[in-house]
Design a protein around this ligand. Sequence first.
Ligand code: NAD
Length: 359
Amino acid sequence: MQAKRVLTLAGDGIGPEIMQQGTRVLEAIAKKFDLPLQIETALIGGAAVDVEGQPLPESTLAAAKQSDAILLGAVGGPQWDTLPRPQRPEQGLLGIRSQLKLFANLRPALLFEPLASASSLKPEVVAGLDLLIIRELTGGIYFGQPRGVETLNDGEREGFNTYRYRESEIKRIGHVAFQAAQRRGKKLCSVDKANVLEVTGLWREVMNELAAEYPDVELTHMYVDNAAMQLVRAPKQFDVMVTGNMFGDILSDEAAMLTGSIGMLPSASLAESGLGMYEPCHGSAPDIAGQDKSNPLAMILSVAMMLRYSLQYPEAAAAIEQAVADVLTQGLRTADIAHDGDAIIGTKAMGEAVIKALN
Ligand code: NAD
């Protein structure tokens, strides 16, 4: 069997230390399940600026295009903030996302039972929460033309953006969402504002048409204002939600916070080819970088998502998620998820604990 190629891009700040733990877990799971994986590394972000003078070197992009999946740590840090914009670390991330045409963003909000008290909502509202938000990432009002700010004849300025979706764009994100629902609880809620915006009326129509291809998935629709409310009122009613770029931007942050800690949240961005990039939702946390204080679990859960969505090893993914649940049940905590009286462990010890739980 041909080995699947995984490219790791550690990046900056806490990126390298969480990636080290992510890679160790990946190696451990590959050994346990006898998975043919080939792991390579390349530079991105400030680390690439320091060595190559640019945040997304050609060699990194080429390696990314040849891989089956990419793991990214985080990029950015104050030492690069004064560089001209094209050389800033964040441009490396934006560049790789657009070059690889990563159009589907998957953000799970999974609340591990022992962390229920970390949520700002009542434990009974969030205990057992397990939802997945799928956001269209390359279209909609963030990219629509025409856009700009103009001075009108009467001298007043007017800003404008254009909200457009082609049918084909809606279809391809729709397929991702229906297929994700098939792998989970088989419920899909499509979020729009079809009562006001024609473009999302089309969105709703196309989702209804696609539903015929997925008879095992129950499709419902919800207006975005109601969805925002339901997410904090009764978030457990949702399994998979799919929505456009702008609504998804807002709802995915809202859903993420239901779980209470940024150090626990993985994400995936997928291209049509099946290639995906997997990364924690958090940034490079320069304030704690290099101190063995960061929580590697978002990175480790990103590894699990990669195994599930790009490499098609769902059992291996589930084993990692179970190992993470086990270490939390054992009471192991990094500082960001610790409460009064909890003993705190470091990045490395957390990675080791997950590997021990796996075995
Ligand atoms: P951040 O997510 O890096 O940090 C916010 C806070 O959360 C900090 O107090 C940090 O210590 C804490 N934190 C984040 N991840 C943690 C973890 N795994 N374990 C424990 N604590 C954690 O956001 P920020 O401070 O706004 O940005 C810092 C840098 O990261 C900036 O240069 C920014 O541009 C960059 N950034 C990168 C990404 C990315 O690579 N995807 C995303 C957001 C921000």
